[in-house]
Ligand binder design. Sequence first.
Ligand code: FAD
Length: 404
Amino acid sequence: MSHVVVVGAGQAGASLVAKLRSSGFDGAITLIGGEKVPPYQRPPLSKAYLLGDMTEERLYLRPADYYADNDITLRLNSWVSGVDAKAKTITLGGGETLDYDQLVLTTGATPRKLPASVGGTLEGVFTVRDLDDANAMAPAFTAGKRVLIIGGGYIGLEAAAVAAKRGLKVTLVEMADRILQRVAAPETSDYFRALHQAHGVDILEGVGLETLLGDTHVTGAKLTDGTVLDIDFAVVGVGIAPATDLAEKAGVDINIAILTDEHGRTSDPSIWAAGDCATVPFHGQTIRIESVGNAIDQAECVALNIAGQETPYIPKPWFWSDQYDCKLQIAGLNIGYTDVYVRKGDAAGVQSNWYYNGDTLLAVDAMNDPRNYMIGKRLIEAGRSPDPALITDPATDMKALLKP
Ligand code: FAD
């Protein structure tokens, strides 16, 4: 009987084993995870869960008995330390080896940390990637405390929103010229800067952290412009690195992340990868997508391919972020955009930013605007690009753009 071993019991791993079973695969399936808890959703860790609005159980992707009921062996609290691609075995931390016929790496990513030389290992300096991280930092989110958020990407901004809502004094530093510079247009940065400032967050752009201060626990921070801040704790949101170490041990090709073809297969025909640790082919480029949508879709595609259906993975990127009462929804990828067209809704805070490369619609950032998110998503997936003049014209019936 064929044995599929999946390493990494996160979003992609859990999606993969479920799809594999539901698509009729009747071999053995083992899902191995380094964390203590069953697979869970990470997005609430910097949103509702951190705010205290969600219990741990509600994070779980499936009920605990789902795995046994579907004849999936779930091994938690088990770290995989090695792969022998020739022998087709993996080694667990305790030295146990397991044979596989097909191996899937869904090992995710690890947050980049600040080095000890700038105070990165002081107590009270947090990163947020997993449940333990969120549980460790949640008690610090107490009204009146002073927090420095390092990094103005989505995770830093979400943590800032939670902190401000909980009544903390929040300062956010972003080394680049503007928040969200890596992922969004200036129009989207402007929207979120104004939103945070309206909630009392001090946003410092073009300013980096020089060093954190303190003996054992962080007590302050010195910024590159010479400012010294007194703080009670810090949250570091400066990006993630794909977890490629097992793939390296297996000897498969790495480029940005674990290199996969359009079927999710690596350079070893018995090893596959999906989610944050893997690349995806996208319009002739090799990219990596950090999102729940990609983790699910790529993993499900790999499951179909292991089950024998030759299914290419065609990414249909989507993403969201929650900050205060704003829901941001993103459709498409804005890589290579040349122009951005802004459409404002009638109500305050309703806005969609449309990214084009010349005449081609690439992506939409929709803030509290689910209707235009859906319209943009459908247009992008259909490969259709409305005249940008229609986007900015308040008189345009946006729904009519979907008509053939
Ligand atoms: P993960 O979910 O990280 O799972 C990988 C798992 O593999 C981990 O449990 C890890 O412990 C395990 N593992 C790694 N190596 C080994 C090993 N050697 N042995 C055993 N186990 C191993 N995306 C969105 O689309 N929208 C959002 O709003 C959003 N918000 C986010 C907020 C936070 C705080 C975080 C951290 C992420 C957020 N994301 C969001 C990103 C999204 O959660 C990830 O893209 C998604 O979880 C990727 O799934 P994955 O399965 O590839 O990796």
